[in-house]
Structure formats: C-alpha cells, structure tokens
Write a new protein. Structure first.
Length: 310
C-alpha cells in the first residue's frame, strides 16, 4: 500500500476530534492487519489519544511520528534546523505582525472611545487571543503532506516491511497533539517515565521535502548502542546525504524533545547563505512529499532494526 497517497486522499486534515478519530480507526485496523498488537492510550487533562504499537517498555528502540495536523499560519512556518539566529528572527517577525495588528485595534479603540485604558486592554486581549487561537484553534490547514503525513507514511511502511521475527526489537507511537505544544508526547512521557528516560526514541517529522536528511540527537541518545546502528544505516543511504548534529545549536520543535534519549529525523533543502531549510509548513502549499525520501528512510530504519541484537 502507498501510505502517503492513502492518508493524503482519505485523511488530509486531522485537526478536529472527529477527523482524528477517523484516522485512528483506520490506522489501528491497518496496523492490526499487519499483525501487530496496537492500542489507543488516553492521557492528560486534554485526553491526548496516542496510538501505541508493540511494547515500548521492553523494546530497545522506539519510533514515533505525530498524526495531528496544524492550523494555518499567518506566515509560512519555515524551519531552519541549523540556523538558530535566522529562526529566531523569523519568529520575531511573526510576533511583530501580531503586535502591529493588535496595535491597530488599540488605536481604533482609542479613537472611538477616547479611553486609553480600554484601548490598552483591547491591545493585550487582541494579541493574546489571536496567539492562543492560532496555536490551539485557528483555521485548519487543508494541506499537510510533508507535515506530517510524510512521517506517518514512513513509519507505516517500516512496520509493513519489518520481518515478524524482528518486531519485538522495536515499538512505535503515533502521537496526538504535537501541534499543540507537544501535548501527546509530553503526556506520554510523564505517564511512562522509564521509557522517557531510557529508550532511544527516533522521531520522524517532515521528511518529504529536500535531499538532505537532518538527524538531530541528544547526548544521551548518542550513548546508546542502538544509535550506532541507526547512524550507520542512515549514512549508507546513497540517494540522499545524511547530516548528524547535536541538539545544541539545532532548532526542531517536535516530539523527540519529550524524551531524554530523543533523536529527530527530518529532511531539508540547502541554500548558500541560509543553510538548511524546510519551506511551506502550515500553509496550503504543503502539497508535496518525495516518495524516495520516505522509502529511503523507511528502508534504512528497517535494516537498522534487523541488524540490532537483543
């Protein structure tokens, strides 16, 4: 099955509760058809619903991807994974636009009411309200092929091709509410601290655009024996170039950050003077994912698990 096409055509938006439930029902049935044990685990005050495949408490390596999708941003969410300064400046630009918009409301309110206190209150309320609405509500983005249907497709492809005799070596989690401050993974890590503190956790996020595979890892992750297998097989990919970076100096806000031994795999383009970048996230232009990216990463991770000794 071509999971990228299947998910994109059937579940393009996974933002509202009923949209996410429809995807979960399909995913659980598909994963069971492959022969895995799978459950939906609820946790947290917001009832995050994570899809758990296998046994993370016993498997030496954990693979994850988030299945929820984002709201549409005021500006494209361009990721600069190795340029913290440019990333900060870009985020500041978004904040500045919000501040200017809120200031316009303040000036209008002041002109209409003649009361500067009411105007200031409306400025604070407008800025805070819009920020919260964009983060936790907003207009659902209708196209989410790279973010993160690409990661889901690789994870499901990997599950499908992993030999039955090797499946006990790995567990998988499809996280809910990554787009809402990593809600699903944070809640899972809180409930399962042994996993959160000890398991090598490899997260796939936005792997569909760009010829460069960007692997960002924490120091504790690199101390794992399993990381050696991971690094070797990703570096052996001939169709793409794998780059390995420390979490210090890197920018990538995704579910891997909820785990002490977290690793994130993404893909990026490269432009001289800017460095690595991933465009079009959280916009209607997020319509493409290179299936060679998905296949190459899924194959490498499958071979990594097959080689591991437990």
């Amino acid at each position: 099955m071509n999971y990228l096409e299947e998910i994109t055509s059937r579940f393009p938006i996974r933002r509202k509760a009923e949209q996410k439930k429809a995807f979960r029902d399909w995913a659980v049935a598909e994963i069971r058809r492959m022969g895995y044990s799978v459950k939906v685990e609820q946790s947290g005050l917001q009832c995050h619903e994570n899809i758990i495949v296998g046994n993370p408490e016993k498997a030496p390596i954990l693979f994850t991807a988030h299945y929820d999708t984002a709201s549409r941003n005021l500006l494209p969410n361009i990721l600069f994974p190795r340029n913290p300064v440019l990333n900060l400046l870009y985020q500041m630009l978004i904040v500045l636009i919000l501040l200017v918009g809120a200031a316009a409301v303040m000036l209008l309110a002041g002109a209409l009411t003649g009361n500067p206190d009411i105007a200031r209150l409306l400025w604070i309320a407008t800025y805070t309200g819009v920020l919260l609405w964009v983060t936790f509500g907003g207009i659902p983005n209708k196209n989410n092929v790279n973010d993160n249907t690409s990661g889901l497709a690789a994870l499901l492809t990997m599950m499908a091709q992993l030999p039955e005799e090797d499946r006990a070596k790995a567990a998988f989690i499809l996280f809910d509410n990554e787009e809402k401050s990593l809600g699903g993974s944070k809640s899972y890590a809180k409930d399962h601290q042994q996993v959160a503190y000890t398991r090598l956790t490899v997260n796939l996020n936005c792997i569909g655009v760009g010829e460069n595979i960007i692997v960002i890892s924490r120091k504790l992750a690199r101390q794992h024996r399993e990381f050696t297998y991971l690094q070797r097989h990703l570096a052996a990919i001939t169709t793409h170039t794998a780059h390995f970076f420390d979490s210090i100096g890197s920018v990538c806000n995704s579910d891997w950050k909820s785990f002490k031994c977290g690793v994130n795999i993404g893909t990026s383009k490269y432009l001289s003077g800017i460095g690595f970048y991933t465009p079009h996230l959280h916009t209607k232009r997020d319509t493409e994912a290179d299936e060679t990216n998905i296949a190459a990463i899924a194959d490498a991770l499958t071979e990594c698990v097959k080689e591991m000794q437990i």
